[in-house]
Ligand binder design. Structure first.
Ligand code: ZN
Ligand code: ZN
Ligand code: ZN
Ligand code: ZN
Length: 422
């Protein structure tokens, strides 16, 4: 979109290269976020975190060491690729899986394995984030956020959705024993078939001719048809056995249809030396941030807001510069606060809805950072995604309901130059 985001990414990446060895810290191996090992209750001795200021856990992206590492029965935290559905049978479908604006099926962003130690129903717990890859939809989403500020708080996140899925230790899908990570781990049952086009959503629509190809939506059926299923379909009808050469098997969807896949490695923010940040850098970044003068600085009020935003932006940059490769910030402590990029686009308490299932309060749990766009190779084109941060609020009680995937609340904060206001 604007060159600012690129500049930011460029800068942070350069200053990062010297810190590469810092990222290889010993305690980044657990795939669960929030300081607990895989399966909150598997190992009760791990209970030694001291209760001081909320410690923020950071997520960094690494190329998976081998392909079998990010499968659902290993309870991964991962970004890009296709989701490793925790409940592999009752995935969200219909409108839940589509952008509320353009109607296209959403694209998988990341999943965070974050079990809760003292909640038996959330022995396994994963949060899944999806987004529409269209910036136009994210802008409409952002616009709706502002609109709803005056009236009733209303669920936004129509182009950015987060689902929470949780399971007790004893469940139909996984062994009650923790994975051994020696190649012998297996899920207890196969998952529901997924769409042959996106590999992401449930494939509950079947091609009427070959009765073999499955789709999450008509859109994906059409795309698949145009890109070759038209001829493959005839082949499938004539061949009695389901030929895997014509229909890709589960998880073998061409990589062009999703963002590149990474494993999320975690580390505590406190492990990064705050002295290593270069204040000069973050200051100059603020100065260089190009605004659209006609949109931005129309009045003294706007000027005032911009000053507050610049301050906020500077401290956002300073905080990130301690570990510039971070793509995720996680903290579920009750006094945890998100790190806002701009002061003018923050929700007030009234803007955060209550849990739409149990009506209890929602609290901040994690946020994703602009650096993720760099790893996803998102280009700087007019309709390319661009955000400052997306902050996710989840049910404080992590309530247990009959629905497998509970929709949580995401608040999108864009750069000021891309923000639309009423
Ligand atoms: Zn959309
Ligand atoms: Zn699909
Ligand atoms: Zn067909
Ligand atoms: Zn709830």
């Amino acid at each position: 979109m604007e060159p600012n985001a690129d500049k930011l990414r460029g800068l942070t990446i350069t200053s990062l290269d010297e810190e590469d060895d810092e990222l290889e810290l010993p305690h980044q191996s657990p795939s669960a976020i929030g300081g607990v090992g895989v399966g909150a209750g598997y190992d009760d001795e791990d209970d030694d975190d001291d209760e001081e200021a909320p410690e923020v856990t950071l997520g960094f992206l690494e190329k998976p060491k081998h392909p079998g590492l990010l499968l659902r029965h290993l309870f991964p935290s991962k970004a890009g690729g296709i989701p490793a559905w925790l409940d592999p049978v009752n995935m969200p479908s219909g409108n839940s899986s589509c952008c509320g604006f353009c109607g296209e099926p959403l694209q998988f962003v990341l999943q965070v394995y974050a079990p809760i130690e003292d909640n038996a129903a959330a022995f396994h717990r994963t949060l899944f984030m999806f987004m529409c890859p269209s910036m136009a939809c994210l802008l409409r989403d952002q616009h709706d956020q502002w609109k709803h500020r005056q009236g009733n708080p209303c669920r936004s996140g129509c182009s950015a959705k987060v689902f929470r899925c949780q399971l007790p230790r004893s469940n139909a899908f996984y062994s009650i024993e923790p994975p051994k990570h020696n190649g012998s781990d297996k899920p207890l049952c196969p998952g529901a078939p997924v769409c042959h086009w996106c590999g992401t959503w449930k494939g509950d629509k079947i091609c009427g001719s070959c009765k073999k190809a499955r789709y999450c939506s008509e859109k994906h059926q059409t795309l698949h048809w145009r890109s070759g299923h038209k001829s493959d379909c005839l082949q499938l009808i004539s061949s009695s056995e389901a030929s895997s050469s014509v229909l890709p098997s589960l998880g073998r969807v061409p990589a062009s249809k999703y963002w590149p896949e990474y494993e999320i490695a975690i580390d505590y923010e406190g492990a990064f030396d705050s002295d290593s940040c270069d204040e000069g850098n973050s200051k100059s970044l603020v100065m260089q941030r190009p605004g659209k003068p006609d949109d931005m600085m129309q009045s003294w009020m706007d000027q005032f807001e911009a000053d507050a935003d610049n301050k906020c932006w500077a401290s956002f940059q300073e905080r990130i510069s301690r570990a510039p490769k971070q793509v995720l910030r996680y903290c579920r402590e009750s006094n945890a606060k998100p790190l806002w990029a701009l002061s003018s686009g923050c929700p007030s308490n009234a803007d955060i809805p209550s849990c739409s299932y149990c009506k209890g309060p929602m609290c901040y749990e994690f946020q994703i950072m602009p650096q993720l766009l760099y790893y996803f190779g998102v280009k700087n084109e007019p309709d390319s995604l661009d955000w400052a941060t997306v902050v996710v609020y989840t049910c404080q009680g992590s309530c247990n309901q009959s629905v497998s995937y509970m929709e949580e609340f995401a608040w999108v904060q864009l750069y000021p130059t891309t923000t639309t206001r009423p």
